[in-house]
Structure formats: C-alpha cells, structure tokens
Design a binder for this molecule. Sequence first.
Ligand SMILES: [Fe+2]
Ligand SMILES: [Fe+2]
Length: 309
Amino acid sequence: MSTVSGGEASTSVDSRPRAQGKKHGAVPRPRAPRLALADVPRHWFGGSRAATQIANGVNLLFPAGERFFVRSVRRYLDRVSPELAAQVKGFFGQEGRHAQAHERLFDTMRAQGFDVDSILERYERLAYGGLERMVPPKLRLAVTVALEHFTAILAEDALAGEALVFADPEVRRLLEWHAVEELEHKAVAFDVLAEVDPSYVLRVLGMVVAVLTLGGFWLFATRELLKQDGSSLRAAIREMRELRARARRAGAGRGMEPITTRVFLRGIVEYLKPGFHPMNRDHSELVAKTLERLESEGVVSPERYDAAA
Ligand SMILES: [Fe+2]
Ligand SMILES: [Fe+2]
C-alpha cells in the first residue's frame, strides 16, 4: 500500500488484485448543483486562451459521451446482479445531470460567439452516427469502461492537483461536483463488464478504441475552438509550455504536466495491469473533503440528494 499526496487530501493505492465479491462502494446518488454559469468569462482558466480551450475541448465531448456511456451500459442492465443494477441506475442519474450541466456552459460559449454547434455536429455525427454503429455492443461497453477510467483520472487530477485554483469559481464548482461524482461511480461500468464478459483482451481492445477516439476528438474540438478564438494548436502548445514553466518556478506545477503523460500514459499503464480495478485507488478522503467544501459553498447539500433518475 502506498500513499500519493495530492493537494489537501490524498489518494491511496492498493496494488493487490481485489478479491471477488463486493467491489463497489455506496450507490451513487445524483445531486442537483446550484451553479451560475451564465457569466463565466471567455478565458475562464487563469485568463489563458490555451488552457481554457483545451479544457473546453474535452468539456464539449462530455454530454454526448456520457449519453453513449448510459446507452452502452443500459443494454446489459438485465444481465447483472441486483446489487450492481442499483449502482448502474445511480450512475445513469449522475451522468444525465453532468450532461445537462455542461450543456448550460455551452450556452454561455454560444453567447460569447463560439460556434459550438458546428463542432458538436461533426463530433456527434462521426462518433455516434458512424463509429458507434460499427462497433459491437460488448466492445462499446469495454470502450465505456476505459473512458470511465480516463474520466476518473481527470477527476482525481482536478481535485488533487493545483490547476483548478486558476479557474473561474463557478467553473471550478462545476468541475469539482462532476469530479466527485465520477469518482463515486468510477467502478460501475467496470463491474458490469466484469459480470458480462471478464475477458482481458476485450478490456484492452476497449482501451485501444478509447485512446484513439478520446485523443482524436479532444484534439479536434480543441483545434476548432482555438481557431474560433483566433489562435492555433501550435500557439497553444507554446503558451502551455510557458505556463507550466511559470507554475514550476512558483512551486505550483502539480497536476499541470502535459495531458499525454498525465492522462493518457498514466491511464494506459494502470489499465493494463491484470489486477487493475478502479477501487484499488482509494479516493474516499478526496471526495469527502471536496463535498464538504461544495456544501459549505452552497453548491450541493445532502438534503437535496435525489433518488436515482
Ligand atoms: Fe460524468
Ligand atoms: Fe462517469
């Protein structure tokens, strides 16, 4: 057992393969966050065009991606144990809320003059009008599992890293609430796949498709947003290098390494370990501390937890 320090909280990693049996935690419960996203500034991430559009790039993928996760898992709902089915319903409720909240931020971007719809239209046509139909259902489930692993990494990064201190407070709250719930349901899709088909080869195939699609569409969306914002990928890479160097000099660079290593390389290495299970990494302390802060800021409250939608 080793402990990884992260921000105010910590995550601990248990590298031992988990025993069969109870793997998931409490049933995920969707919350209705109070967020005021209409006045989010154009460059909400530290005033940086590059950092904002890289984050907006992946945010644009979330709503349609989350609906894809729900479709992929729903197909197998009647094939899993009742205990896991209850988890799945909580997962559906949380993902539905995330998609709606992120779409509210799209409205703000539209008001700022971004043509998000042309990006969304091309992404959704290719990903869900084309690719999804070509991929067999079990592989779609395996892709969902791998993408949920990446969202858990992004969530841990958001909560344990230092980058979000530079974000507009309302976007920080949106991302923190989303990150908390991603960590709460991080094992659900994985456990569904384990009950439906525990094949390692299928899991790895899912990862291959996930890396190509997440990497490709994230790059596409970011490039388009940068173009609309009068910049380019090349300029953004330069800006990010300078930002990271400045953060390092100020002693605040944790969680700001390049996405290729921080998200993709780490995600792949962890995922390929035969004993991998999302619950091997304990995020309970990180989740509890963040929830406490979000409750103190009035973003979520325990009384407003809804039953799974
Ligand atoms: Fe989500
Ligand atoms: Fe998720």
